[in-house]
Design a protein around this ligand. Structure first.
Ligand code: NAP
Length: 268
């Protein structure tokens, strides 16, 4: 049942939740895998289970992406392993408390994982993908990228970075045959919520999707070549209108004179 190899996918945060579902789905699609997370035992269990089920080659790297030396080790793998065709930047943490209830050191760690590690891993993989003629990067953002009022603001800001960075990558790598996707899940039933401060059981069930459905929809969006995939959004035209409004502003965002409404300059 082994499908033809699609190269190797490196998935961060693959020990549980959304990343674990990506690992399963991508192995089934014919990718060999490099699974990255802190929990070595869980990664090893997953690797042997997935190898047995799919026959793919699956490696586990235990690494804390908030630790500079560990992060550098993963960057080196991305720079040196020429079989890598796909990076899934999935590892991330969130928060549900506002500024007044949050610890700044935790916020800094969140930025380090959600923004700094994701950026460094992307910088590590892109030159090799370009040299080998193409590949793909899937960045797991969140709906809070466009709705930062919903959860902790640093979390929203970190995911807005992921979306903006993905939009820029798509633009910068347009002629390099590298597919870029930013996935924007709504509430998804994983450990994320408990760790962020509000167990998923406390959310209204009608806003929570299973991780399996979320990833299957995201991969369908990937196959369709979407830059931004919002699995729950019923009418994609709403996203397209939002994006068109952004594009329409672009030619007007930088000019010699302030806009008339600010009444700057010589009185008429
Ligand atoms: P999860 O179940 O908590 O999984 C997070 C994964 O990241 C785990 O594999 C965890 O493994 C790993 N991880 C956490 N800190 C790490 C670190 N310092 N170094 C390396 N790996 C680390 O959460 P999830 O829901 O699957 O979240 C995955 C992504 O989806 C995140 O980027 C999150 O922001 C995003 N997202 C989630 C939701 C949601 O509602 N669940 C919605 C929108 C976006 P170890 O503990 O073994 O390290």
């Amino acid at each position: 049942m082994t499908t033809q190899s699609k190269g190797t996918a490196l998935i961060t945060g693959a020990s549980t939740g959304i990343g674990a579902v990506y690992a399963h789905r991508l192995a089934k699609r014919g990718y060999d895998l490099i699974l990255v997370a802190r929990n070595r035992d869980r990664l090893r269990d997953m690797a042997s289970r997935l190898t047995a089920e799919t026959g793919r080659t699956i490696e586990a790297i235990a690494a804390d992406l908030n630790d500079k030396a560990d992060l550098a080790r993963v960057e080196e793998v991305l720079r040196s392993d020429a079989s890598i065709t796909l990076l899934v930047n999935n590892a991330g943490v969130g928060g549900t408390a506002p500024l007044l209830g949050s610890d700044i050191d935790k916020m800094e760690q969140m930025i380090n994982l959600n923004v700094v590690a994701l950026t460094r891993l992307t910088y590590a993989v892109v030159p090799g993908l370009v040299a080998r003629g193409g590949g793909a990067i899937i960045n797991i953002a969140s709906i809070v990228a466009v709705a930062p009022e919903i959860l902790n603001g640093v979390y929203g800001g970190s995911k807005a970075f992921v979306l903006a960075f993905s939009q820029s990558l798509k633009h910068e790598l347009a002629d390099k045959n590298i597919n870029i996707q930013a996935v924007m899940p709504g509430a998804t039933a994983t450990d994320f919520w408990g760790i962020a401060g509000t167990p998923v059981e406390h959310l209204p069930t009608e806003i929570v999707m299973s991780a399996e459905d979320m990833v299957d929809a995201a991969l369908a969006g990937f196959d369709q070549g979407e830059l931004a995939t919002i699995p729950a959004l019923p009418d994609y035209a709403q996203w397209q209108a939002y994006e068109s409004a952004r594009q329409a502003m672009m030619p007007n965002l930088s000019r010699t004179k302030p806009a008339d409404r600010y009444h700057v300059g010589p009185a008429a």
